[in-house]
Design a binder for this molecule. Structure first.
Ligand SMILES: *[C@@H]1O[C@H](CO)[C@@H](O)[C@H](O)[C@H]1NC(C)=O
Ligand SMILES: *[C@@H]1O[C@H](CO)[C@@H](O)[C@H](O)[C@H]1NC(C)=O
Ligand SMILES: *[C@@H]1O[C@H](CO)[C@@H](O)[C@H](O)[C@H]1NC(C)=O
Length: 488
C-alpha cells in the first residue's frame, strides 16, 4: 500500500491542486449499484487563476476494467452537449443499454466525468419559471429585440443568484484544466479521453494546455472552435437541411418508416408554417412540455431526433430515425409532445447548462436587429425546410446581452507537439458538419481524420467499423491510415 500512497501524494502535488487521490464509494442510483459501478468526487478551484480560492466539486462514476491484468489505465468519457451528464451515459454502458465495446471495458477503467456545472458536479441552478417562458429568438421589431436582450440578461442573473460565480467559470478551458486534475488524481501519468461532440472542444483545449500528458485523445463528432459565428451558422444550416432531405428520401423508400408513402415535406412545411409566430396550442403538453409549440421548438427538437439513423435494437438508449418519423407522424396528427421542448420542473433542471457554457466560449457578433435579419435570410436561403434553426442559431441568440465575460472566445487550436490524435466524423452529420472536422484536422498537426460514409451525429456508440478502429487506437495507439473511409 505504501508506495501507492506516496504516489498519490506526489501526483496531487504535481497537479498543483488540493486533491489527494480519490475516495471511491457507492453511487447514487440503483442501476449503478447493481452493475458494480463506483463513484467519487474531487474538489477543484472555481477559478484556476486562483488555485487556493473557492473550490467546487466534480463528480464521476467508474466501471472498473474487467481484466485487471490487462488494464492500461483510465479512459475518461464526455457525452457532449454541452450540458449532457457523462455519468448518465457511463451508467448506460454499465447496464448494456448503450454501446461500449468489451475490448475497451476489458483494458480500461471507464470514467464518466460530469464537467463543472453539469450533472452531479456542482450544479448551475436557474429560475425555471423564466426558462419555461422565454422571449422569441426571432425578433421582428426593435421592441422584440430589446425584450430578448433583457430576457437573456434576467435569466443569466437568475442563475448567478442561485449558483454564484460558477456561472462565470464554466468555460471549456477551465473544464480541460479540471480534467487534468482528475487524470492526476486517478494516478494516470497520461490521459485517454473519448470526447463526443462538444467533448471534442474539451479535447482540443486539453491538447493545447497539456500536450505532454496525452496518451490518446479521440474527437468523435468534431467542433471547430476557430469558426466565426456566421460560418458556424451557415455550415450547420446546410448540414441540418442536407440530413433532413436524406431523412425524407429514406422514408420514401423504407416501407418500415412510419411515414412511408406520405408527402412528408409538404406536411412538415405546413406544420412549421402553422407554428411560426405565436405557435400552436398544445393541450397535450399538460405540464411536460412548453405550449404553445413554436417553429423554433419543433425544428430544434427535430435536429436532435436525427442524431442516429439506426442502431442495433439491443441498444435502447438513443432515438433513431424510426422514432423521429413517429414523432413527426404524431405531430402531423395533432400530438406535438415529442417535438416540443420539455418543461423544466424546478431550479435543478438540466435544460440550460449548455447555454451557460456556450455564452462563455464563443465571441458573439450580433449587435442589432439588422444583424438578426441577415442571419434569418441566410438561413432561409440555404434551408427552405429546416430554415437554419440549428443549435448554432440558438447559441447566438441566447447569448445576446449576456452579462458575463467571454472567457474562451473562438480561435484556432494550435497545440505544441502531441502524440498522434484521432478525429472521427460522418459525412452526413446534422450537428457537427464534416467541414468542422476537416477544419480542426488542419489545425492539429499530428492527427488523422477517420471518415464514416453515413448519417448521424458521432460514431463510437454505433458499434461499427469506426468503433473498432477507435478501439485499436485506444488499446494499441495505432491510427487508421489517412483518408480511411468506413461505412459503419
Ligand atoms: C409533395 O407536395 C409538394 C407540395 O404540394 C409537391 O411540390 C411535391 O411534388 C410533393 N411530393 C411528392 C413526392 O408527391
Ligand atoms: C401524445 O403523445 C405522448 C407521447 O407519445 C403520449 O404520452 C400522450 O398520451 C399523447 N397524448 C394524447 C392526448 O394523445
Ligand atoms: C492490439 O494489438 C494486438 C497485438 O498486435 C492485437 O492482437 C489486437 O487485436 C489489437 N487490438 C485491437 C483492438 O485492434
Amino acid at each position: 500500500m505504501a508506495p501507492r500512497i506516496i504516489e498519490a501524494v506526489l501526483i496531487s502535488l504535481l497537479a498543483g491542486s488540493a486533491s489527494a487521490g480519490l475516495q471511491w464509494g457507492e453511487c447514487p442510483t440503483d442501476a449503478e449499484k447493481s452493475n458494480g459501478l463506483d463513484c467519487a468526487t474531487i474538489k477543484v478551484p472555481l477559478d484556476w487563476d486562483r488555485p487556493s480560492g473557492k473550490q467546487i466539486t466534480l463528480s464521476m462514476n467508474r466501471i472498473r476494467a474487467k481484466d485487471p491484468g490487462a488494464r492500461i489505465g483510465s479512459l475518461i468519457y464526455n457525452a457532449g452537449g454541452p450540458g449532457d451528464a457523462a455519468t448518465t451515459e457511463v451508467a448506460a454502458f454499465g447496464d448494456g443499454s448503450f454501446y461500449m465495446s468489451d475490448d475497451l471495458m476489458k483494458h480500461f477503467d471507464i470514467i464518466g466525468l460530469d464537467p463543472r456545472g453539469i450533472g452531479r458536479s456542482s450544479p448551475i441552478q436557474c429560475d425555471y419559471d423564466k426558462y419555461n417562458n422565454p422571449a422569441t429568438l426571432f425578433p421582428k421589431t426593435d421592441a422584440e429585440f430589446q425584450q430578448l436582450i433583457k430576457y437573456n440578461k434576467d435569466f443569466a442573473l437568475s442563475c448567478l443568484k442561485r449558483s454564484g460565480d460558477l456561472v462565470k467559470y464554466v468555460d471549456t478551458v477551465s473544464v480541460a484544466k479540471d480534467m487534468d486534475a482528475v487524470r492526476a488524481a486517478l494516478g494516470d501519468k497520461k490521459i485517454n479521453f473519448l470526447g463526443e461532440s462538444y467533448g471534442t472542444q474539451i479535447a482540443a483545449a486539453y491538447s493545447e494546455l497539456f500536450p505532454h500528458n496525452i496518451r490518446t485523445l479521440v474527437f468523435d463528432g468534431v467542433v471547430d472552435h476557430s469558426l466565426s459565428e456566421t460560418t458556424l451558422l451557415a455550415t450547420e444550416t446546410i448540414a441540418y437541411e442536407t440530413e433532413y432531405n436524406r431523412f425524407v428520401a429514406w422514408c420514401g423508400t423504407e416501407s418500415s418508416c412510419p411515414l412511408y408513402g406520405q408527402n412528408i415535406s409538404q406536411q412538415f412545411d405546413d406544420l412549421i408554417n402553422r407554428a411560426e409566430g405565436s405557435g400552436i396550442d398544445a393541450p397535450e403538453c399538460k405540464g411536460v412540455c412548453r405550449s404553445p409549440v413554436t417553429a423554433w421548438d419543433i425544428l430544434t427538437q427535430f435536429q436532435n431526433l436525427l442524431i442516429y439513423k439506426e442502431v442495433d435494437p439491443k441498444y435502447t438508449y438513443p432515438p433513431t430515425w424510426d422514432f423521429a418519423a413517429d414523432a413527426l407522424k404524431m405531430a402531423f396528427n395533432g400530438n406535438l409532445t415529442n417535438v416540443a421542448t420539455p418543461l423544466a420542473q424546478d431550479d435543478n433542471a438540466d435544460g440550460w447548462q449548455g447555454q451557460m457554457v456556450n455564452c462563455l466560449d464563443w465571441n458573439h457578433d450580433i449587435s442589432s436587429l439588422a444583424d438578426v435579419h441577415y442571419y434569418n435570410q441566410l438561413m432561409k436561403s440555404y434551408a427552405p425546410h429546416t430554415q437554419g434553426t440549428a443549435q448554432s442559431y440558438s447559441n447566438s441568440m441566447q447569448c445576446i446581452g449576456w452579462p458575463f465575460k467571454v472567457r474562451d472566445g473562438n480561435r484556432r487550436t494550435l497545440p505544441k507537439k502531441t502524440p498522434p490524435l484521432l478525429l472521427v466524423n460522418s459525412l452526413y452529420d446534422d450537428q457537427t458538419p464534416y467541414d468542422w472536422a476537416v477544419g480542426l484536422q488542419e489545425q492539429l498537426a499530428n492527427s488523422v481524420l477517420l471518415t464514416r460514409d453515413g448519417d448521424g451525429h458521432t460514431s463510437y456508440t454505433l458499434g461499427g467499423e469506426s468503433s473498432r478502429l477507435i478501439d485499436a487506437y485506444f488499446i494499441n495507439c495505432t491510427l487508421p491510415a489517412e483518408n480511411t473511409v468506413v461505412d459503419t
